[in-house]
Design a protein around this ligand. Structure first.
Ligand code: NDP
Length: 257
């Protein structure tokens, strides 16, 4: 009875930024649970390699080149997936950028805009376009990838633009959950600690910075992308049927101190 709740057979999932890192693991986790997965990613070569890797694992995977900051393209993809697949059940808003270690006073307009545009605007466009189709059917689950940076201020690298964008993702998650909760669509978020992906390479290769990251974390380690994907799988599944508006911290205890 309980394990059945994780069965995503017959469901269609879209994962943005799913070509590598956390997104690719989310696609694998949802696919292993039986969902058909659409990897929507900026880089065509990553769309292709992700689709191939997933298919080799026996997962029904499709790919789509998508820039989440292009609201017209997001709407077109939602329309296409709904038409081709018949329905959209799960959306994982994972696409995000972090070019950190830039002080607030040195942050250019372009740098600020890039983070807001991908991390917040793009996530909203996807919620709006895919969410509208879920609301029409009266069911669906959205999982947003937030960050512990939406709760705390990272140390030692300054990254006010990123922290602000992720705090906004958390509150957008709660706002949509409240709006859509009575109409069958759940909206939750995961707030990870540092996860070993290309996005955090800059810090893990800097011995002093990496040491601080570990010292700040009760579990004294960074996370692996699969450790976020398993939380995403839970939130996307019926095992989390009573959960909406939750920001689940998967952070090795970072936010305890
Ligand atoms: P990666 O950079 O490894 O993967 C993200 C993928 O999304 C990349 O292929 C990236 O391309 C792509 N992408 C970037 N912009 C867009 C766009 N406009 N449209 C579609 N795809 C895009 O990141 P992670 O796997 O590490 O992170 C995934 C999510 O998790 C992000 O939202 C991140 O903020 C969040 N997160 C990550 C943490 C970590 O420590 N890694 C910690 C907390 C949260 P490109 O390489 O060109 O940017």
């Amino acid at each position: 009875m309980y394990l059945d709740k994780y069965n995503l057979g017959g469901r269609v999932a879209v994962v943005t930024g799913g070509g590598q890192g956390i997104g690719l693991c989310c696609a694998q986790a949802l696919g292993e649970a039986g969902a058909k997965v659409v990897v929507a990613e900026l880089h065509p070569e990553r769309v292709e390699s992700a689709r191939e890797a997933l298919r080799k694992q026996g997962i029904a995977a499709e790919g789509a080149v998508l820039d989440v900051t292009d609201s017209t393209a997001v709407e077109a993809l939602a329309e296409r997936v709904a038409r081709d697949q018949g329905h959209i059940d799960i959306l994982v808003n994972n696409a995000g950028v972090a070019v950190s270690d830039v002080r607030a006073e040195d942050t250019s307009d372009a740098h600020w805009r890039m983070h807001m545009s991908v991390n917040l605007d793009g996530l909203f466009y996807c919620c709006r376009s895919f969410g509208r189709r879920m609301l029409e059917r009266g069911s669906g689950a959205v999982v947003n990838i937030g960050s512990m940076s939406g709760f705390i201020v990272n140390k030692p690298q300054p990254q006010s633009f990123y922290n602000a964008s992720k705090a906004a993702v958390h509150h957008l998650t709660r706002s949509l959950a409240a709006e859509w909760g009575g109409r069958g669509v759940r909206v939750n978020a995961v707030a990870p600690t540092y996860i070993e992906t290309p996005l955090t390479r800059f810090g893990m290769q800097n011995a002093a910075m990496y040491k601080t990251w570990l010292e700040m974390t009760p579990m004294n380690r960074v996370g692996q992308p699969e450790e976020i994907a398993s939380v995403v799988l839970f939130l996307a599944s019926d095992a989390a049927s009573l959960m909406t508006g939750a920001i689940v911290q998967a952070d090795g205890g970072y936010t305890c101190w």
